[in-house]
Write a protein that binds this ligand. Structure first.
Ligand code: SAH
Length: 467
C-alpha cells in the first residue's frame, strides 16, 4: 500500500481550494458535504462558485497568494486547470506546510480523493492508487446497488439508540441486537420507507431484550421492468438479494434472476407453452404459506406490478391475512417501448392525454374503448393488443375514417429481439405479420394535435352511424 485510507475530521477545519473554474467547483461540491470551512483562492469565479459565495457557503479570496494562506489547513486542493499555475500553487502550499491534492497530477499529491459511496454517516471510500479509475467506478456502482439509499438514516437511528441499548443490554446481547437490526426485519422495514415502524421495533427490542426469535416473513411484489437487467430499480435488486424464495412470471429474462442470491429458491409460476399458468388463488396461497414460514418472499413481475399485472387479486388475500406486503415499482412496457424508439410518450402541444389500455380481457381479445374514443391530442398505449390488431384496424376505419393516425409498434422492448415499426391504421396486422410479431408488443395509436389541426377531420365520426 503506497497510500493509507483514513477518515479526516473536517468539522470546523479550514480547507483551501485554489482555482475558480469547474475543477475547483467539483472539489467544492465534494468538500461541502462535510462541515469544513472552505476558502476559494482565485481571481475570478465561475457561476456555480460565485453563487456558493453569495449563499455564504464558501469564502472567496482574491489577494496575493503566500504560503501563510495554506497554514493551519486540513487539506488544500489545487485545481486551476492550468498545469503551470498548479505547480506554482503546489510549491506555495507545501511551503505553508499543507497536505495537498493537485487535480490530475498524482505525482504532486500527498492525498488522493477516493471514489465515494455516500450514505452519510456510512461512507465507503474506494481507491486504486491511480491504477484503475474505471474499476473504482465499477466497484462504486456495485456498492450503490447493495447499500440502500436510507442506510445512513438507519445508522443515525442506531447511533441515537446506542446509549439506551448499552444501559439495558449486556455486551453479547447488544451485539446480537445490532446484528439483527442491520441484517433483518428492522433494516428491511426501514428501507421500505416505514422508518417509524422500524424505530418502534428496535426500541421494543431494547426494552424487552427480545428480538429475532420469531422471524417475520414478508412479501415484496417487485417490478422487474421490461427485461434488461439494468432496468430494474435498485430497490428491486435489494429485495432480490434478500429473498429466500422468488416466484416469477413469464416475460422475465433469466439474467434478472441472476441478481438474486445464489441459494434463493426460484419458482416459475407463469404459463409454459401449451400449459395453464398457476391460478391466481394458488399463487396467493403459496406466497402466504412461504411468508408464514418466516421466509422473505419476492413475487417478481414484468414491467410495473401495478399495470395489467393482476397484483391486487394476488395480494388481497395476503393483506387480509395480515402478511406484510410491499410493492416495488418497475419500468412499465409503454415507457420502455417509447424509450426504445427514442421518443417521449407525451409531447407539449401534440399529445396531452396518455391512456394505458389492454387489448385482452378475461374472455379474450377486445378493441378497448380508449381506441374507439381516441381524441385529438391523445395516445393509447395498448398492452396485449397483438391478437386484436385486425379488429382495431376495422374499428378505426369506422370511427376515425380519413384521419391519418400514427401507429407505432414495439415488440420486446429493451430485451433481446426488440423490433420497432410504424404503419398506418389499415396495416397493423400486416405489419405485425411482416415482422413476425405474435406476442409481447406495445401498440401506440396517436392522434397528435398538429394532425388534427391540419384540417383532416376534427372528431371521430359517430360509431353508431358508420358501423
Ligand atoms: N406489468 C407489465 C404488463 C404485463 S401485461 C408492464 O407494466 O409492462 C403483458 C403485456 O405487456 C404484453 O402482452 C405486452 O403487451 C406488454 N409487454 C411486457 N413487456 C414488454 C416488452 N418488453 N416489450 C413490449 N411489450 C411488453
Amino acid at each position: 500500500m503506497k497510500t493509507f485510507p483514513m477518515f479526516l475530521q473536517m468539522a470546523g477545519r479550514r480547507v483551501v481550494i485554489a482555482g475558480g473554474g469547474e475543477q475547483a467547483a467539483q472539489k467544492a461540491r465534494l468538500i461541502l458535504k462535510t462541515e469544513a470551512n472552505v476558502t476559494i483562492l482565485a481571481p475570478q469565479l465561475d457561476d456555480e462558485l460565485a453563487s456558493l459565495v453569495a449563499e455564504g457557503r464558501v469564502t472567496h479570496m482574491t489577494g496575493p497568494i503566500t504560503p501563510a494562506l495554506f497554514a493551519e489547513t486540513a487539506l488544500v486542493f489545487v485545481a486551476t486547470g492550468c498545469p503551470g499555475a498548479d505547480m506554482a500553487l503546489h510549491t506555495l502550499a507545501k511551503a505553508g506546510g499543507a497536505t495537498v491534492n493537485v487535480v490530475d497530477q498524482p505525482g504532486l499529491c500527498d492525498a488522493i480523493t477516493p471514489s465515494i459511496v455516500d450514505r452519510d454517516p456510512v461512507v465507503v471510500a474506494i481507491g486504486t492508487e491511480g491504477t484503475a479509475p474505471v474499476l473504482a467506478r465499477q466497484i462504486k456502482t456495485k456498492l450503490e446497488e447493495v447499500l440502500e439509499p436510507r442506510l445512513g438514516d438507519l445508522a443515525n437511528l442506531a447511533g441515537r439508540l446506542r446509549n439506551a441499548a448499552a444501559a439495558r443490554l449486556a455486551p453479547r446481547a447488544r451485539r446480537d441486537l445490532w446484528r439483527w437490526v442491520f441484517n433483518d426485519a428492522p433494516r428491511r422495514v426501514f428501507a421500505s420507507g416505514a422508518e417509524r415502524d422500524a424505530a418502534k421495533m428496535i426500541k421494543a427490542a431494547i426494552e424487552t431484550g427480545e428480538f429475532g426469535t420469531r422471524q417475520e416473513g414478508s412479501v415484496s411484489l417487485v417490478g422487474a421492468g421490461p427485461g434488461a437487467k439494468d432496468l430494474i430499480t435498485l430497490r428491486g435488486v435489494q429485495r432480490l438479494q434478500e429473498a429466500d424464495v422468488i416466484y416469477y412470471d413469464r416475460l422475465l429474462e433469466p439474467e434478472i434472476l441472476e441478481l438474486a442470491r445464489r441459494d434463493a429458491e426460484r419458482v416459475y409460476v407463469g404459463k409454459a407453452p401449451g400449459c395453464h399458468s398457476w391460478p391466481q388463488e394458488k399463487i396467493s396461497q403459496t406466497l402466504m404459506a412461504a411468508a408464514k414460514r418466516g421466509q422473505r418472499v419476492v413475487r417478481l413481475k414484468c414491467g410495473d406490478p401495478g399495470i395489467f399485472g393482476r397484483s391486487n387479486e394476488e395480494m388481497r388475500p395476503l393483506k387480509e391475512a395480515g402478511v406484510a406486503v410491499e410493492v416495488v415499482p418497475g419500468v412499465t412496457a409503454a415507457c420502455a417501448a417509447a424509450a426504445a424508439m427514442g421518443e417521449s410518450l407525451t409531447e407539449r402541444d401534440e399529445i396531452n392525454t396518455l391512456t394505458f389500455s389492454t387489448g385482452h380481457l378475461k374472455n379474450g381479445y377486445v378493441v378497448p374503448e380508449a381506441v374507439r374514443d381516441l381524441k385529438p391530442g391523445g395516445c393509447v398505449a395498448l398492452y396485449m393488443g397483438v391478437g386484436a390488431a385486425a379488429d382495431i384496424s376495422d374499428q378505426l376505419a369506422r370511427s376515425h375514417r380519413g384521419i391519418p393516425l400514427e401507429v407505432q409498434i414495439v415488440a420486446n422492448a429493451q430485451r433481446p429481439g426488440q423490433v420497432t415499426a410504424t404503419c398506418g391504421v389499415a396495416d397493423i396486422a400486416a405489419t405485425l405479420a411482416a415482422h413476425q410479431i405474435t406476442d409481447t408488443a406495445i401498440l401506440f395509436i396517436r392522434w397528435p394535435l398538429s394532425v388534427a389541426s391540419a384540417g383532416v377531420s376534427t372528431a371521430p365520426a359517430p360509431v353508431a352511424l358508420l358501423a
